[in-house]
Design a protein. Structure first.
Lengths: 150, 150
DNA sequence: CATCGTTGGTTTAATAATGCAACCATTCTT
DNA sequence: AAGAATGGTTGCATTATTAAACCAACGATG
């Protein structure tokens, strides 16, 4: 491999996002973080990831500003990994992935975990809307390219 | 690597989604497909991906039901890769990634491509709502686990 | 209809990423 | 103070990705 291509310079925001969280483990770590996990060992047990890889991914997520390393809330000298405000902004990504998986990757009768509104206990929904409130699907949308700089 | 772990059996729908599109290239291919690309060569040029990897990823996306291989619309014997209905359901994932990137991965003055409503030309928005219409953030939501089978 | 360029790949060899297991220093527990 | 748990690091084997060369089929051109 001649060095994995970086997408940092791409003008497509999705590409830049993937540059930060687009590898095999990062989003799973983030998912677990949304799920309340904070400790190295918790992630390691939950994901079954190799420890050296976990070390690197956590470091990378911290470096990107998605996680932060804070003194553990229970006092001890131990540290814990927590989602930053930026990390919490990945929430819609997680919900979108979840919704896709629910719709297409489970048999009709098969159980799966469910994301609910804490207040009502009812499932939450994700919607894409135009500014006038119309729901927008892929065919009603259009990507406006930025002019090539050169 | 001793065989990358498969998440097919996971009860978390996000994990299963990542099992299908969670690798380094697949979502970029899907992004380009949303962007209207259909041909092998178009993807290859757009992404700068090695051809053998592109071959494998396209095959995998077809096998997963996200893309389909159809006779090219312009008549010839050539084929083209098109998003299936299932593939189009990844739209919210793309929008969510885009939104995250726009918010956090660009300098204030920096240009980026923009997703707009085809009808009005105005940017589209992604929202997560409870059934009563309240907007929901990560702290108002809760993942209901399915009981461990064993 | 013979040739040439394009498309859509496959193969090969080199290098990078990942995994596993063993090891280690520090912190908790008892 | 001894032993276990936590949070890593290191080395080696295996897998994935890459670039580059190669190739077969198709289309266009003369």
């Amino acid at each position: 491999m001649v060095a994995r291509k970086s997408l940092k310079g791409d003008y497509c925001p999705s590409a830049r996002s993937l540059d930060v969280i687009g590898d095999w483990w990062s989003l799973l770590i983030v998912r677990d973080a949304f799920d309340g996990l904070t400790r190295f060992g918790e992630f390691q047990k939950s994901l079954g990831i190799a420890k050296n890889i976990l070390t690197e991914r956590l470091r990378s997520l911290v470096a990107s500003g998605i996680l932060e390393l804070a003194p553990a809330s229970e006092g001890g000298a131990r540290m814990e990994y927590r989602l930053t405000a930026m990390g919490k902004d990945l929430f819609p990504v997680m919900v979108a992935l979840r919704q896709f998986g629910e719709r297409h990757l489970f048999a009709p009768a098969e159980d799966h975990s469910l994301l609910v509104d804490r207040a009502s206990g009812q499932p939450v929904q994700l919607e894409i809307r135009a500014q006038d409130g119309r729901r927008i699907g892929p065919d009603e949308a259009l990507i406006l390219k930025v002019p090539e700089e050169k």
